[in-house]
Design a protein around this ligand. Structure first.
Ligand SMILES: *Cc1c(COP(=O)(O)O)cnc(C)c1O
Length: 421
């Protein structure tokens, strides 16, 4: 039996209709921006393996640090105990995050980082004896697949089976020049009952790589600050260089109260999540009353091996060559966008940093499930490129180490697809 046949006997894949999906591609190794399957076929990973990889696959430096850590300490309960890596990572991250971020709470993926952020906000007001339980979020938001994270995400086909059980959230439009004043007065009307506002800064990833301008986010944040509404910047996707700066929050002057990270945090090698917060939030949980404790934790909270990967990734991220690569990809994307923007099959094309997204003209059906999506996916897979369209939206967000030649190949295949599909 092939690996794929064995897989289909025992495995249920994420986000996959197992009845109709193509059999999974059996990957045996990775190197740089590429993955290789059982038959030796090479694929350029243009989506960084579900947006997590930033320095390339099987990076030898991260591998070495992880293997050293495994021989030293693989795991320790994080209630009542600590370890060197956890402290060092927190120290180093707080140095580069917005200055108001003062404490780090570890978990093990993006959804849990969001769950922790929501609980921090709700209990912050609870501990203060104020009845603020409403949450604001953007339409089309995506914050994860666990129940709390799902509740603050836009209602969609993904959430339909659970909608009646999700807590009520006030969904607002992305801010722009026209609606900013309306959004601000809406927030003012609700502020006395609102615990927090959660958002993906600058780019809504899973919602379709929807992008909005930093200056209107800044205005919205300033307004939340004035109204006492806590702000959660979900940087699970945008963190660690994706948007051209280290964090998307670096594009605005206002600072969020809470930030969430995962995905690129370990360079995409291990599962780790973390939530950071201000001193003000942390202080609201300090008490002789045990009921004011944040009762939250996961078995693998602050796993030392995952943290070793995060520290190694941070070393690589701090090297000047990473910023140069990010700039290089940003420039290449910009030139390519200029070249194809007037193609009749391109409806819109947009870019933030290393993320380039283009919306294809479809007939009538623009849903996530339209047939164009599957055709495009197969077309690129055949050509040795991993692109995973969100409906009719194709996006590229490669590991920063992708070479100019690999990038040129991806662009050329997109051009070819525009003419052929
Ligand atoms: C992917 C993602 C999450 C969820 O992270 P998981 O590790 O997949 O649970 C949360 N927020 C944003 C913005 C994301 O892109």
């Amino acid at each position: 039996m092939t690996l794929t046949e064995r897989d289909l006997k025992v495995i249920w894949h994420p986000y996959t209709q197992m009845k109709t999906a193509m059999p999974p591609v059996p990957i045996v190794r990775g190197e740089g921006a590429c993955l290789f399957d059982e038959n030796g076929k090479k694929y350029i990973d243009a989506v960084s393996s579900w947006w997590v990889n930033i320095h390339g696959h099987a990076h030898p430096y991260i591998a070495q640090k992880v293997s050293e850590q495994l021989r030293k300490l693989e795991h320790v309960i994080f209630a009542g105990f600590t370890h060197e890596g956890a402290v060092e990572l927190a120290e180093r991250l707080l140095e580069i995050l917005p200055a108001n971020q003062q404490k780090v709470f570890y978990s093990d993926n993006g959804s849990t980082a969001v769950e922790v952020a929501i609980k921090m906000c709700l209990q912050y007001w609870h501990n203060k004896g104020q009845n603020r339980t409403k949450i604001l979020a953007f339409k089309n938001a995506y914050h994860g697949d666990t129940f709390g994270a799902m509740a603050v995400s836009g209602r969609s086909a993904f959430t339909a089976a659970f909608d009646s059980l999700l807590f009520d959230v006030e969904f607002i439009d992305l801010p722009d020049k026209e609606n900013i004043t309306n959004l601000q007065s809406l927030i003012s009307n609700l502020s006395h009952q609102t615990a927090c506002f959660i958002f993906e800064p600058l780019v809504q990833g899973a919602g379709g790589m929807l992008m909005y301008e930093a200056r209107y986010l800044d205005e919205l944040m300033a307004h939340c600050r004035n109204e006492g509404v806590l702000m959660i910047a979900d940087e699970v996707f945008t963190g660690f260089g994706r948007t051209g700066k280290a964090f998307a929050s670096n594009h605005v002057t206002e600072q969020p109260d809470i930030m969430c990270f995962s995905k690129g945090l370990t360079g995409g090698t291990m599962a780790l999540g973390l939530t950071t917060c201000t001193q003000q939030i942390y202080d609201a949980f300090l008490s002789d009353d045990h009921l004011k404790t944040l009762f939250h934790g996961h078995s693998f909270t602050a796993n030392p091996v995952a943290i070793a990967a995060a520290l190694a990734s941070l070393d690589l991220f701090s090297d000047p060559s990473t910023a140069e690569n990010i700039q290089r990809i940003e420039n290449a994307h910009r030139q390519f966008a200029l070249k194809i923007k007037d193609h009749p099959k391109i409806k819109t094309i947009r870019q933030t940093g290393t993320i380039l997204a283009m919306e294809w003209q479809t007939g009538t059906d623009t849903s996530y499930f339209n047939a164009l999506r599957d055709n495009l996916y197969m077309y690129f897979l055949d050509a040795g490129i991993i692109l995973r369209p969100l409906g009719n939206i194709i996006y590229i967000l490669p590991p920063y180490c992708i070479t100019d030649m690999e990038l040129a190949y991806v662009y050329s295949k997109i051009e070819q697809a525009l003419d052929e599909i």
